[in-house]
Design a protein around this ligand. Structure first.
Ligand SMILES: [Ca+2]
Ligand SMILES: [Ca+2]
Length: 82
């Protein structure tokens, strides 16, 4: 789990400059929406850009903060594949 999260942070940092992300709740971009995605949004709960736990992909509505709306959006897409 720790290793997984570290990997994600690396990916997140390196891909933050491209805007290919489609905000559908697939936070780790493995083409399916599952607990991993939800836990990643949850991990960034109430963070803003610049916070150490900020997860850019987790801000689905791009309002600059990860809140319940983002988590519930991810939860709504749960189980979907892209
Ligand atoms: Ca995923
Ligand atoms: Ca948001």
């Amino acid at each position: 789990m720790k290793k997984d999260l570290g990997c994600f942070l690396t990916i997140s940092n390196s891909s933050s400059s491209d805007d290919l992300w489609d905000p559908n709740g697939d936070i780790n971009e493995d083409r399916k929406i599952d607990m991993k995605d939800i836990s990643r949004v949850a991990a960034g709960f109430q963070t803003r850009p610049g916070d150490t736990k900020w997860t850019a992909n987790g801000d689905l509505d791009e309002n600059g903060v990860i809140n319940m709306k983002d988590i519930s959006t991810t939860a709504k897409e749960f189980g979907k594949t892209t």
